[in-house]
Design a protein around this ligand. Structure first.
Ligand SMILES: Cc1cc2nc3c(=O)[nH]c(=O)nc-3n(C[C@H](O)[C@H](O)[C@H](O)COP(=O)(O)OP(=O)(O)OC[C@H]3O[C@@H](n4cnc5c(N)ncnc54)[C@H](O)[C@@H]3O)c2cc1C
Length: 362
């Protein structure tokens, strides 16, 4: 029986992170769904951090949640990433006006007895250049018929529910109206193809969710039809959660560098510089969390991305050829850091990343 983690200062958090870190290499190697890690998180009460006591949660404040995420992502990025998608779904449900759905779904979700995820990026950062929306909703008596696909859904095959966005159609024409529903994955017409192999976080089992004329009743609607349904409550793409995980990954790589530097004086200067930058970007992150930002969340994200990429590569350079052998964490951190270039990356962050990579200084 595990102790519940009740604050980010709780030693039980270190204990959980130790267990996750010990399993991180194997989950990367096998690419298998990290069921054991997710169960550990449930046992330690990690899903309680994000939700209100009405649902059995501990309702940690934002700063505490960020500290929790920093620790978890430094230990195992894949597990932590899955938790963010799970939490995204829970928050969308908790922040909705659909009281019946909250009562029905949240108590099991908070205890880890069920799993929910999100399929929303096609309303924000994916397939936005296409004329026809990839997931369409048609109003019918008693609900909506959903048709098309959601391109990226983490852990869809393991989810009982997917919080899903769709564009409301008027005949063949897309309207400005959007819908957010909870989709039970067992509904007729829902299919989940084998997810693609990814460069990193492959064990997150992220891939398409397909819907072939799926009838969803009104009782499953969370929000809409309304314009910009994603701007109603919860966090937006490019918000500070992604930056938090990037900083967690950077921390793991910097800690490795510190271990090596204890034996090798030549690593002292780069270690010092990366540590200093990590400290600075972390302070900026907490400023943003406290609502007193000295930069936009896009700038924070770009700096966190850059630091994750450079810290991971510095750990690889320090590990030398040994780090380039599959199974060494430095190689994994390098692949995982690339994820931040593509995950929930709004256009301004994408442009800033590209400018940095191209050596364009403004
Ligand atoms: C591992 C992983 C896990 C994820 N998990 C989730 C999740 O659980 N839930 C969720 O909702 N989202 C998830 N996402 C989605 C993510 O947040 C982004 O939305 C996604 O990475 C955007 O990439 P895309 O290829 O779909 O972008 P798109 O913009 O659709 O680009 C696709 C392709 O279209 C072309 N293209 C792009 N823009 C243009 C243009 N203007 N004109 C012409 N061609 C263009 C490019 O060739 C590009 O390769 C995940 C993504 C990844 C990689």
């Amino acid at each position: 029986m595990s102790t519940k983690i009740t604050s980010p200062d709780d030693p039980a958090l270190d204990e959980l992170c130790g267990k996750l870190a010990a399993l991180a290499q194997e989950v990367d190697r096998s690419g298998g769904w990290p069921a054991q890690q997710l169960q550990l998180c449930a046992d330690y009460g990690a899903y309680e951090w994000f939700l209100d006591s009405a649902w059995g949660g501990q309702a940690w404040d934002q700063e505490a949640v960020v500290r929790g995420y920093l620790a978890l992502s430094s230990a195992c990025l894949t597990t932590t990433f899955i938790i963010t998608q799970r939490t995204g779904a829970c928050r969308r449900i908790a922040n909705s006006d659909n009281q019946r759905l909250k009562e029905r779904l949240l108590p099991d979700l908070v205890q880890g007895k069920s799993f929910a995820t999100v399929g929303i990026s096609h309303l924000t950062t994916s397939r936005r250049h296409l004329a026809t929306p990839v997931l369409r909703a048609e109003r019918v008596e008693g609900g909506f018929v959903l048709d098309g696909f959601s391109p990226w859904v983490t852990g869809a095959a393991y989810a009982q529910y997917v919080v899903l966005g769709a564009t409301v159609m008027d005949g063949d024409q897309a309207t400005e109206q959007q819908l957010l529903v909870v989709l039970p994955t067992e509904l007729p017409g829902v299919s989940i193809p084998e997810p693609a192999q990814l460069v990193g976080v492959s064990a997150s089992a992220t891939g398409e969710l397909r819907l072939d004329q799926v009838m969803i009743e009104d009782q499953w609607v969370l929000a809409g039809p309304v314009e910009n349904v994603m701007s109603q409550g919860a966090s937006s793409p490019g918000g500070y959660e992604t930056s938090t995980l990037a900083l967690g990954l950077a921390d793991a790589a910097i800690q490795f560098l510190a271990t090596e530097a204890a034996k090798r004086a030549d690593l002292e200067a780069p270690l010092h510089a990366l540590r200093h930058e990590h400290q600075e970007v972390s302070e900026t992150l907490f400023d943003v969390v406290r609502g007193a930002p000295n930069c936009s969340s896009e700038t924070l994200r770009q700096r966190a991305n850059s630091l994750a990429l450079r810290s991971a590569q510095a750990s690889l350079a320090a590990a030398k050829g040994t780090g380039y052998v599959l199974g060494h964490p430095a190689g994994r951190w390098c692949r995982e850091a690339l994820f931040f270039l593509v995950w929930s990356c709004p256009q301004p962050v994408l442009s800033a990343n590209l400018c940095e990579l191209a050596g364009i200084v403004d």
